[in-house]
Design a protein around this ligand. Structure first.
Ligand code: AMP
Length: 379
């Protein structure tokens, strides 16, 4: 049963990171109250919550407390405990359910569902053990990438294998359980499609962005993606097919590879607002966070429109000091910092969004600022 959740009521968020923070800020604009569950005191989202619950994400008592203070519950990251989420579904209102989390937590389940949805994924095999990899990988060509089925992010838990001699590099990955090995895709661009859906089956897709990674971490998102109209159409159709197949509610980010012939292949899913959608706060009429709140509160979705070409650039720990020292030089930059205390190397601390009439000059301005100068590290 879908409910309509209204301003004055409380949205509970599992996870207190930057995604929860931006979700909470959007919800607060409309007068919702926010409760956040996170193990850390004053997490990015906790800082602006009405109620902070400080406990591990799988602490049953804390989840029950979250249920007691919330009219609707959502989450801001995928590595939460499925059993805890199932329990919450029984005792509180969780319109997103637990299936989307169960599937996207595990690359094997995710690839199976993507295949069922009829979208294209890289050729892959599933290996339960290193011995299994040795046996099955002969069906793949080199290079291929071995990825742990669970728990990897930003390129962690992955190993590229370029020859038989390198196979042993993948052995340590099996300490974390089952792995998949997938064919290396010779892509021309990476794009992400953020699709949002409410419980009435209404969907909205944000303008599609092009992602530039540095050292496996998202560096820039450029919107609109500089790809052909047929690629946009195919990517949109694939995202719609996945959202319908999963009957998901909330937000789903679909990361895709664009191939030389302009077709797309799905890399992976994130069942939540995504770093590549941060541009939508200033760049569109309906940020991914506002739309997420609409979707889980049973409101009609807004049709997203892009105000102008937009670039988002991530601010990692090493960029904070140079950025803050140069803020005065860039009045057109929208600065977002997430309230994290320690500016550790490669930690996502914030982002900058630039709306522009000329993408090239905005990209040049970012480079010329000297803030994002790090060299590419070895894989
Ligand atoms: P993932 O954690 O699966 O998103 O992978 C992180 C990054 O590794 C992707 O954004 C790609 O740049 C690269 N990558 C992952 N899988 C493949 C693949 N099958 N072929 C080529 N590059 C890949």
């Amino acid at each position: 049963m879908m409910k309509t959740i209204l301003p004055g009521q409380t949205i509970g968020i599992i996870g207190g990171g930057q995604l929860g923070r931006m979700m909470a800020l959007a919800a607060k604009e409309a007068g919702f109250k926010i409760a956040v569950l996170d193990p850390a005191m004053d997490s990015p989202a906790g800082q602006i919550a009405n109620v902070q619950l400080i406990a591990p994400y799988n602490d049953i008592e804390a989840l029950e407390e979250l249920a007691a203070v919330s009219d609707v519950i959502t989450y801001e990251f995928e590595n939460i405990d499925v059993e805890g989420l199932k329990r919450l579904c029984e005792i509180s209102y969780v319109p997103q359910g637990s299936d989307l989390i169960r599937i996207t937590q595990n690359r094997v389940a995710e690839k199976e569902e993507l295949t069922k949805a009829g979208v294209s994924v890289a050729k892959y095999i599933v290996a339960e053990s290193y011995a299994g990899l040795l046996e099955k990988s002969s069906s793949l060509d080199y290079p291929f990438i071995v990825k742990t089925a669970r728990g990897g992010y930003d390129g962690k838990g992955q190993q590229t294998i370029t020859s038989q001699a390198e196979l042993k590099l993948a052995e340590p990955l099996f300490e974390n359980g089952v792995c998949v090995a997938e064919q290396f895709v010779d892509f021309t661009k990476e794009i992400s499609v953020i699709i949002q859906r409410n419980g009435y089956g209404e969907t909205a897709i944000l303008p599609i962005g092009e992602n530039i990674h540095k050292n496996h971490i998202l560096h820039e998102t450029i919107v609109p993606a500089r790809v052909d109209a047929v690629t946009i159409a195919e990517a949109t159709e694939a995202a719609e097919a996945i959202a319908e197949h999963l009957e998901m509610v909330g937000t789903l980010a679909v990361e895709m590879f664009v191939l030389k012939d302009g077709s797309v292949m799905v890399n992976e899913l994130a069942p939540r607002p995504h770093n590549s959608g941060h541009y939508s706060i200033e760049g569109t009429n309906s940020s991914q966070f506002h739309q997420h709140v609409r979707a889980i509160c049973g409101w009609p979705l807004r049709k997203p429109e892009l105000w102008s070409d937009t670039v988002m650039v991530n601010v990692l720990g090493q960029h904070v000091a140079p950025l803050t020292s140069k803020i005065a030089q860039y009045p057109n930059w929208s600065i977002h910092l997430y309230g994290k205390e320690e500016a550790k190397h490669n930690r996502k601390m914030g982002h900058v969004t630039i709306l522009t009439k000329n993408l090239e000059s905005a990209l040049n301005e970012i480079d010329a600022s000297g803030i994002w100068t790090e060299k590419l590290e070895e894989n």
